[in-house]
Design a protein around this ligand. Structure first.
Ligand SMILES: *[C@@H]1O[C@H](CO)[C@@H](O)[C@H](O)[C@H]1NC(C)=O
Length: 356
């Protein structure tokens, strides 16, 4: 088993923390608590023989939704007489040279940086150095390092935290390919999301995202995911993620791939033939606001929201979510959120999608 890391993904349950403890025991006996499991080879791993820390034995990935609390496991095998534990976030965004979350010794605990206030050590037992993160945010997605510092000896394990969510393509109301990188990042934030990582886009592609317009990702690269190869969407005849590689963040213009996760509130539809302003008032009448695009995608992804009626959203676009594709609702065989683009705000044609 050296050099072999099992990478397991828990889906469906946001309660990864509780899940972990129960599953860890059950895992060897049954696979019933897993939706799927994959084995990933990490070649560099074989070289490191850890003395103090337990190599993540069963999983090196923890999954949680926005708002959840999760625990990133780090367990000592041997307890040195003097040591410190340092938790650091490695990816995707580095703040300064090191993005330290906390340093602790047997007695004290010091939080650092923007993650510090939401971090704590689980300390379930004497050998437990696992990190708890509360109220997960989209930007918490990434890899984390648990480092045991023991004089000059120093060893670490790396755990991936994946935020469970949905990727959505987003285009400017002014048309295709209008966003610089920074505008794309802002556009996603305005729709309750953030620019997707390559990993998130890749996962969305495996789940069926097929989009023939290139969009910015968080690392400044530009890609688009294709399930059904067709001549207008690139020359290649296989499905896959098409890459334009890194682009000029200030000069080049594309669409955006945004990522969002679960929301604290919910989306509902008010039927009517509203102009954009009337739709906004209809939502206010229900102590709500017009929904953001990310909120509609979240409802579609997490609650299988299905409504065969175009409705206004806060950005001035008209969309509707389809979970059970049928002929009368757009006729596209795949589930998805359909868009009518950005119609004239004065037309009295659509209902309203509200968020509360
Ligand atoms: C997460 O942890 C905080 C305390 O850090 C607690 O107040 C909150 O209820 C927890 N949330 C969930 C969803 O378990």
């Amino acid at each position: 088993m050296t050099g072999l890391l099992q990478l397991l993904r828990f889906t469906g349950a946001g309660r990864v923390t509780l899940f972990m403890m129960n599953c860890a025991v059950l895992l060897l006996l049954t696979s019933s608590c897993l939706t799927w499991a994959a084995v990933v080879y990490t070649p560099n791993r074989a070289a490191s023989k850890l003395k103090y820390l337990l190599d993540p034995p069963v999983y090196a990935e923890v999954v949680g939704r926005r708002g959840d609390n999760v625990t990133l496991p780090c367990i000592l095998r041997v307890k040195p007489s003097h040591y410190k534990v340092k938790w650091t976030k490695l990816e995707p965004e580095r703040v300064g040279l090191e993005n330290i979350i906390m340093i602790s010794n047997a007695h004290a605990f010091k939080p650092y940086g923007h993650l510090g206030p939401r971090a704590s050590l689980r300390k379930a037992h004497a050998m437990d150095a696992s990190l708890q993160l509360s109220h997960l945010k989209l930007e918490d997605d990434g890899t984390y390092r648990c480092e045991l510092i023991n004089g000059i000896e120093d060893e670490s394990v790396v755990i991936t935290l994946s935020i469970e969510g949905v990727v959505f393509p987003y285009q400017s109301k002014n048309g295709r390919y209008r966003f610089t990188f920074h505008e794309a990042r802002e556009a996603c934030a305005e729709q309750d999301g953030m620019l997707a990582t390559y990993t998130q886009l890749y996962r969305a592609w495996t789940e069926g995202l097929d989009w023939c317009n290139a969009g910015w990702l968080q690392d400044g690269t530009v890609h688009y995911p294709i399930i059904h190869p067709r001549p207008v969407c690139g020359a290649e005849l296989v499905s896959g993620i098409r890459s334009y590689g890194p682009k000029d963040k200030h000069r080049d213009r594309f669409d955006a791939f945004c990522f969002t996760s679960q929301t604290p509130g919910s989306v509902f539809y008010i039927s009517g033939s509203f102009s954009f302003d009337q739709a906004g008032h209809a939502c206010e009448g229900q102590r709500a606001e017009l929904a953001l695009v990310g909120q509609l995608y979240s409802a579609w992804h997490f609650h299988s929201y299905d409504q065969c009626d175009g409705g206004w959203l806060k950005d001035g676009s008209v969309r509707f979510p389809i979970s059970n594709p049928r002929e009368r609702c757009g006729g596209i065989p795949e589930a998805g959120v359909r868009s009518f683009g950005f119609p004239n705000k004065m037309v009295h044609l659509y209902g309203a999608y509200c968020y509360r």
